[in-house]
Design a protein around this ligand. Sequence first.
Ligand code: C2O
Ligand code: CU
Length: 489
Amino acid sequence: VGVLAAGAGGVVGALLHSAKTDTVGEVDFATPLHIPELATGQRDADGRLVFDLQLKEGSRRFLPGESTRTWGFNGDYLGPTLRARRGDHVVVNVRNSLPETSSVHWHGMHLPAAMDGGPHQAVAPTDTWSPEWTVDQPAATLWYHPHPHGATAKHVYRGLAGLFLVDDDAEAALPLPREYGVDDVPVVVQDRAFDGGNQFDDAPHLMSSAGVLGDHLLVNGTYGPYLDVSTRRVRLRLLNGSNARVYQFAFSDDRPLTVIASDGGLLAAPHATRRLQLSPGERAEVIVEFTPGETVVLRSEPPELMGDFFTDRVHGGDDRFDVLEFRAAAELADSPPLPDTLVEVPPLPVDEAVTTRTFELSGFRINKSKMDMSRIDFGVRRDSVEIWEIVNVDASLHNFHVHDVQFQVLSIGGEAPPAELAGWKDTVQVWHGRPVRVAMRFSDFTDPDMPYMYHCHILYHEDSGLMGQFVVLDEGQEVGVVPTDPAAG
Ligand code: C2O
Ligand code: CU
């Protein structure tokens, strides 16, 4: 059904998903924003920082009337915010209490492929999988979610996702808001469709070539949320945790959002903008200023989409949403002014790049191949810098996510990236006619047999085959053979 080829896919998508959604002014913000529990782990006798995550079934009342059947980590919907510091050796005990095989991937984390939680680290029902690794990357807002072969969309849609915050000394030295849930607030944005009985509806009639698009927005699993603001400046950690939808965040009064971090950490300097567009899997940290006693709404405006009318409809490109209402107290505690500069983001030595690879995204294929669990597409050399050029030949949107590394965007459609994309990224939007060039370094964690993934993060595309696998090789190593895992469907 999901024909993706330029014209036909667009028409099919437009027919299947044709009603425009506009919730601006329609949402009464009646429920306090849910703040996911903060999990800072337990030190064990060996000094390891231990976390426990249990995947389980549950239910939650999102809308008036019936509760919705959900899946969550340790609770009914979404999961705790895990928090560790650069240098911590972490262990996560992942217990699967679902009736289906799943996995948990640490999106944005630099770690060995065998700990990555992709489709080769499947966790069968009742099993526990305990990956461990040393956190060694800059402070950032990362996230975790299931990645089972062919079923990622379903598992994420039911509610399995959470944030993983990394702290470090460079971030700690800056005068930034950092009191979790008070002036440093997670904002996980997801669209959901509900059926007449208030159950999540990801049925095929809503499948366009982008997958399911919902007409209700949940923030941290709250429908119609408001946040009480008690400080002059608030840091929002935005995650587009949706399966397919792109958001363009903007305030109802057009006040600036000052971007301080992209997917993989802080930018070199704060960048003020009135519009910030995130596709599925992308994150940003922004600082917002408030004045005492005011109310202002974060919205999503129609994203800037390329392509024709059909493409726009396929991606819900003219939909608008009310997202989250901020209610500032009559008196606000002072926040320190933002510094002019944040951290160093040293440019990768692109002139030392050993290879340039091209990835052509078309239909559910990369370079004409669909994902094959047993095929390693290529090997990269440890310590090498590579340039990857990603080309979207479809009329619809794709994005591109690479496991293990944070990359730097060199150019988009031949032009330098905008300031908000000039830091570390692990997921980037790839529009038709605007090839994206990125540079990255594969520093360690060689394993000729265990691959990392690269794929489109529109989950229906990923599940349908728009994914590939690479390994990191030591000097003299050759691409190996993926071990067969009976649990991996
Ligand atoms: Cu967030 Cu391979 O995914
Ligand atoms: Cu895609």
